[in-house]
Design a protein around this ligand. Structure first.
Ligand SMILES: [Zn+2]
Length: 461
């Protein structure tokens, strides 16, 4: 399983805590100038011992504000409030099951901060609230300590992207120049499971994805996003029963999800993926390999799409079509190749790929392939974003991944949970596209349609 962590964040959290962090973690919320506010700890430490506090408040200013409430005696007063008892128990139960999702069995280690009932630590409840937990005490704390750093900048926006394989959240705060990332997070929900085969969504997958969206939506609100949009792509687009999913999300979030059609997806992906690149490196060809579809997009100017095609191939879809052995056989790999090549014929007819000078590859397949190629021990987005992946390296890493079993791939430190079984298909798309269109290297970008959705809310073009 992979958790994202930048070297700069590790340094910042070490300094905030005044000690070496004891478990691997990711930063899941930041203050206005970008320093870590809440981290998500892995439920097990390096020796496999339980670490029951998943969400941890790290910003020292926030910690001090909450400590003041505690020393004013609020823990006792809140715990004794008969109107709160039931709602506190509910928060404990939800926290425990969240931990169980991260590590099966870990739901038995108690609720917020490892407590089963009552109140022990307001910091843990506040961190849970900021993470998106439905926590009455955390929300009460927020109302008393925020803004933690006055005057807090406002006009934050949030985008949630529901793809075929993953559900992702981005919260941005506008600023002169580059917006500041307040939160970027991802969970694999595989909403597109069996859509290619059956044409309908799996009820369990609908529930899984809708819950993830509701959780991210609460986090966006806790982080004061004034506008929140939810975009859904290939899996929802293709499913005949998409209304079941859309109404479930509507009910759980109060937001009308947007079904993003292929051409819009291409434009948003191009906006997010190429914005900020040097125009002198254009024209650009962007490839966005998703779970259900892959977009090829061209444009001479960063951020401005000119031609695009959305193809019906993706890492999940190809894996479900070929149903490779574990590990895949040579025949399986040739079937991936022939399915990809058939789609690339179509791409060449519609999009002037030969005009592209810089190939930009976005989304989880490309970034994970690069992290494997770089041999990272921990997924550090700063090392992946806008780094070059050569065709020779991409081919070699694909070969290594294809020689492994699903279990072996899942155990690679930078492999996100739920990507190991589909990355061979996804990486095949990238390698065959590079070969076919004559690109010796690809610029790997962490930013993509998710950024496009959020930037559009900020009015950035
Ligand atoms: Zn802070």
């Amino acid at each position: 399983m992979s958790e994202e962590l930048r070297e700069s964040d590790l340094d910042a959290v070490r300094e905030q805590l005044g000690r070496e962090p004891t478990v691997p973690f990711s930063v899941i919320a930041r203050c206005s100038d970008g320093h870590p506010l809440v981290i998500r700890n892995r439920p097990l430490d390096a020796d496999g011992h339980p670490f029951p506090t998943i969400f941890w408040l790290t910003c020292p200013t926030a910690v001090r504000s909450v400590s003041r409430l505690e020393s004013d005696g609020w823990i006792g007063r809140l715990a004794d409030d008969p109107e709160l008892v039931e709602r506190i128990e509910k928060a404990h139960a939800a926290y425990a099951s969240e931990r169980g999702r991260m590590a099966p069995g870990a739901e038995r280690w108690g609720g917020v901060g490892g407590t089963d009932h009552g109140l022990k630590c307001l910091h843990a409840h506040y961190a849970y609230h900021l993470a998106g937990g439905d926590d009455v005490v955390g929300a009460w704390t927020a109302a008393r300590v925020e803004p933690v750093h006055p005057p807090e900048l406002r006009r934050r926006v949030a985008a949630i992207d529901q793809g075929t394989n993953s559900t992702r959240l981005l919260v941005l705060q506008p600023r002169d120049g580059e917006p500041i990332e307040i939160c970027r997070d991802m969970v694999i929900t595989r909403l597109g499971k069996s859509v290619d085969e059956k044409g309908t969504l799996d009820p369990a997958a609908i529930e899984r994805a809708a819950e993830a969206i509701a959780w991210f939506r609460r986090r966006a609100s806790a982080l004061h996003a004034e506008e929140v949009r939810i975009g859904a792509t290939s899996a929802v687009r293709d499913a005949s029963d998409r209304e079941d999913f859309l109404s479930r999300v509507r009910d759980m979030t109060g937001i009308e999800p947007e079904v993003i059609e292929g051409e819009r997806e291409a434009a948003l992906s191009f906006l997010g993926g190429t914005r900020g690149l040097d125009p002198a490196d254009g024209p650009f060809l962007l490839v966005d390999i998703g779970g259900g579809s892959t977009e090829f997009v061209t444009g001479r100017t960063p951020g401005v799409m000119e031609h695009s095609i959305s193809t019906q191939m993706g890492s999940v879809r190809l894996t479900e079509r070929v149903r490779p052995s574990d590990p895949p056989t040579g025949d399986d790999l040739r079937r991936f190749e022939s399915l990809v090549r058939a789609q690339l014929d179509e791409v060449e007819r519609i999009v002037p790929v030969e005009e592209g000078r810089t190939l930009v590859a976005v989304a989880g397949t490309a970034t994970t392939l690069q992290a494997c190629t770089l041999g990272l021990e921990r997924y550090d987005p700063d090392l992946v974003h806008r780094s070059m992946l050569t065709l020779a390296d991409a081919e070699r890493t694909l070969g290594e991944l294809a020689a492994m079993t699903n279990e072996e791939r899942a155990a690679i430190p930078v492999m996100p949970t739920g990507r190991g079984d589909v990355i061979v298909a996804g990486a095949s798309i990238l390698v065959h596209a590079m070969r076919r269109f004559g690109f010796e290297q690809a610029l790997i970008s962490e930013t993509d349609i998710l950024d496009g959705l959020a930037l559009e809310l900020l009015g950035v073009r």
